[in-house]
Design a binder for this molecule. Structure first.
Ligand SMILES: Nc1ncnc2c1ncn2[C@@H]1O[C@H](COP(=O)(O)OP(=O)(O)OP(=O)(O)O)[C@@H](O)[C@H]1O
Ligand SMILES: [Mg+2]
Length: 253
């Protein structure tokens, strides 16, 4: 694996001001993501996982701390229009709820990021062909999302996320609404894609099985990374991840 650092977060703190008090959603978080690496984030509800993805995708600005993209400090990315340029060029999103547009067929859903990027019709056709082949979804080209199963819809959503070939994929509970076999399918697909395209994936999950597909697992509690595990891709991973996750949920750290 090429170990070039794609992303580095240095002392990222995020404080939300709620009506009566402040919430420290992230406290001095330091972590990195290498090229071709999948990192899973696990943690209790409210521990700051989605907030972290929001910082990485420049949907929201940290209260303090620095973000580095390919070694370059990128303070300005948090301000529009830099934020949307940065997102378009570097980030693909996969959500738990797929977020496909009901009135568009599969092909048009997938093409959307390209249309928004003003890509030519010829290139759109080429890229759709490429992505359909990678994901084996050609047969649903003209279907509406409502005509597809959850797993099929998530495949389409993965296709939409990778159509611009972004170096970084962010996924918040991508298998949260899928059954075991479909989860396995989608995770194998993500591993395959990351290996074929050298993409880096940051994935939030509450499912220890999903976390076994990653190279590393970061455990979040109360806005901090309190533990980390490097998967060995052997049977023991699942038990170790499960026990580390239980430690957090029990508050026994
Ligand atoms: N826009 C916001 N305004 C105010 N507080 C927020 C906002 N977004 C998140 N928070 C607070 O920040 C903390 C972290 O929230 P976050 O959504 O990152 O948690 P999470 O780990 O993703 O949880 P879950 O597993 O439930 O999705 C929580 O206490 C939450 O209430
Ligand atoms: Mg969340």
């Amino acid at each position: 694996m090429n170990i070039t650092e794609v992303l580095r977060l240095e002392n990222i703190t995020k404080i939300y001001k709620q009506e009566t008090h402040q919430v420290f959603a992230l406290r001095d978080v330091c972590c990195s993501l290498n090229k071709g690496e999948m990192v899973a984030i696990m943690g209790t509800s409210g521990s700051g996982k989605s907030t972290l993805l929001n910082m990485v995708s420049a949907l929201d600005e940290p209260t303090s701390g620095d973000l580095y993209l390919l070694g370059k400090k990128t303070k300005e990315i948090f301000k529009e229009p830099h934020a949307s340029d940065y997102r378009k060029a570097n980030i693909g999103f996969i959500f738990q709820s797929f977020q496909l547009l009901k009135n568009l067929n599969v092909e048009d859903n997938i093409a959307l990021p390209l249309i928004l990027n003003d890509v030519s019709q010829v290139e759109i056709r080429e890229r759709i062909g490429w992505v359909m082949k990678q994901l084996g979804i050609d047969k649903w080209r003209k279907h509406r999302p409502t005509e597809l199963s959850g797993g099929q819809q998530q495949r389409v959503a993965v296709a939409r996320a990778i159509i611009t070939n972004p170096p970084i994929l962010l996924a918040d509970e991508p298998t949260g609404s899928l059954d075991f076999n479909t989860t396995k399918d989608i995770m194998n697909l993500l591993v395959q894609l990351k290996e074929a395209n050298n993409q880096s994936i940051l994935l939030v999950t509450h499912d220890p099985y999903v976390a076994t597909f990653a190279n590393r697992v970061l455990f979040f509690h109360d806005g901090q990374i309190i533990n980390e595990y490097h998967n060995t891709h052997q049977e023991q991973d699942l038990d170790i991840i499960l026990s580390k996750f239980k430690e957090i949920t029990r508050g026994g750290h």
